[in-house]
Design a protein. Structure first.
Length: 364
C-alpha cells in the first residue's frame, strides 16, 4: 500500500505533537476552604503536586513515586511561599493587602496542604479574595471549595474569568454559577485529549451529516446518563478503575477503524463506550466541587458546557477531514475518504490510547 506524501507529512506532524497530546488531563484544580471571622480570613489550601512542580520547575516526588516527599517539600518552601504570595491574596476595600501568615506546608498523598491566615485592620468596607494559581501553566486552571461566613456556607469556584470573590457579600446569583459551570465543562473537554481522541476515532469514516449526528447523540446520551448517576450518588466507579478503562475505549475505537468502515452502526459503539466516559466526566465535576443547594443547576450547566465544547471540536474536525479528502482524491474525479487517511489517524489515536493505558495502570 502506497501512502501519499502529503498524508505522510500530516501523520509525522501529528506524531511530533505526541508529547503534548499524551497528557490526557491537566485540570490544574486547587481546593480551598475559606472561613471569614471579622477581620480574619483563614484558608486551607490543597495543591496538586504535579501543578506545583510545573509552576515552580521543581521536583516534589522521588522518581517513580506519586506521593510527595517531605524532604523535597522542605527544599522548595521559600519558592512555594513566594508563589503563593503572588497568586493568592486578600485585600481590603481600599486595595491595601491584608497581612499574611502561614503554617508549615504538609505533604498530602500526591498533593500539598497548607494553611494561610490573613489579618485585616479595616474589614468594614469589604474584603476581596483573589486567586490566580496555575493560570500561567494552564489557562483552564480552577480553584474550588467552600466559603464559611458565620452560619452561611457557600460554594467557591474561581477561574480565569472570575478570579475574585467578595468575602463579605452574599453569594453570587444563580446566573454566575451557571456561567462558571458551563465554562468549566467547555474547558474540560478542550483539555480532555482522551475524550477528543475517542470522539475523533469514532468519526473518521463519517463523510455525511446524519452518521455524525447519530454518533454524537449516542455519545452524549450515554455520558450524560452515567455522569448524572455518578454525581447523584446512585452508582460510582473509582477513578483508578475508570481512567484505564477510558484509555481502553480509545484503543478499541481506533482498532475498529482498521476492520470496519460501517459508519452507520458506529453510534452503538459511541453509546456503549460513552457510558464509561461519563464516569470520567463525573470525577472531574466532583473534583470541582458541587453546591448541595444547586446540585441540579451545576450538573446541567457542566454537561451543557461539555456538549458545547464537543460541538466546537466536531465543527473544526469535520471540515478539516473533508479538506484532506479533497486534497487526496480531487484528481480522481470524486472526493472520497481514503482508507490510508483513516488508518493513519487511527494509528496515532491507538498509540495515544496505549500510552494512556500504560500511564494510568503503572506510571501513577
Amino acid at each position: 500500500m502506497k501512502f501519499p506524501p502529503k498524508l505522510l507529512g500530516c501523520l509525522f506532524g501529528l506524531l511530533s505533537c505526541f508529547p503534548l497530546l499524551a497528557t490526557a488531563h491537566d485540570p490544574g484544580v486547587s481546593k480551598v476552604t475559606l472561613e471569614v471571622d471579622g477581620g480574619t480570613v483563614l484558608a486551607d489550601l490543597l495543591l496538586a503536586a504535579a501543578d506545583v512542580e510545573r509552576a515552580l520547575g521543581v521536583s516534589l516526588r522521588p522518581e517513580g513515586l506519586r506521593k510527595v516527599d517531605e524532604a523535597h517539600l522542605r527544599k522548595i518552601l521559600n519558592p512555594l511561599l513566594d508563589y503563593l504570595r503572588r497568586h493568592v491574596a486578600v485585600r481590603q476595600a481600599d486595595g491595601s493587602p491584608c497581612a499574611l501568615e502561614h503554617e508549615e506546608p504538609q505533604p498530602e498523598d500526591d498533593g500539598i496542604w497548607i494553611s494561610l491566615r490573613w489579618s485585616c485592620n479595616a474589614p468594614e468596607g469589604g474584603l476581596l479574595y483573589r486567586n490566580t494559581l496555575f493560570l500561567e501553566i494552564n489557562p483552564q486552571a480552577l480553584q474550588v471549595g467552600l466559603l464559611l461566613r458565620g452560619d452561611d456556607l457557600s460554594q467557591v469556584l474561581l477561574n480565569r474569568e472570575t478570579p475574585e470573590l467578595k468575602l463579605t457579600e452574599p453569594p453570587p446569583p444563580r446566573s454566575v454559577l451557571i456561567r462558571q459551570y458551563v465554562f468549566s465543562g467547555t474547558g474540560h473537554i478542550f483539555i480532555g485529549y482522551d475524550h477528543i481522541a475517542f470522539l475523533i476515532a469514532l468519526l473518521l469514516w463519517a463523510t455525511r451529516l446524519w452518521p455524525v449526528v447519530k454518533i454524537v447523540t449516542g455519545f452524549t446520551v450515554a455520558h450524560s446518563l452515567t455522569l448524572s448517576c455518578a454525581v447523584l450518588g446512585w452508582f460510582r466507579i473509582p477513578g483508578e478503575v475508570i481512567e484505564p478503562l477510558i484509555a481502553a475505549t480509545i484503543m478499541y475505537a481506533a482498532l475498529e477503524n482498521f476492520f470496519s468502515s460501517d459508519i452507520h452502526r458506529r453510534w452503538l459503539t459511541a453509546f456503549l463506550l460513552g457510558l464509561l466516559h461519563g464516569f470520567g466526566f463525573a470525577g472531574v465535576l466532583q473534583a470541582y466541587g458541587l453546591p448541595e443547594d444547586e446540585l441540579a443547576t451545576a450538573l446541567i450547566s457542566f454537561n451543557v458546557g461539555v456538549e458545547l465544547g464537543q460541538v466546537a471540536i466536531i465543527l473544526l474536525a469535520m471540515p478539516l477531514l473533508r479538506g484532506v479528502d479533497w486534497l487526496l482524491t480531487r484528481k480522481a474525479g470524486a472526493v472520497t475518504r481514503r482508507r490510508e487517511l483513516v488508518w493513519s489517524l487511527s494509528g496515532v489515536v491507538l498509540l495515544l490510547g496505549v500510552y494512556w493505558l500504560v500511564e494510568r495502570l503503572w506510571l501513577t
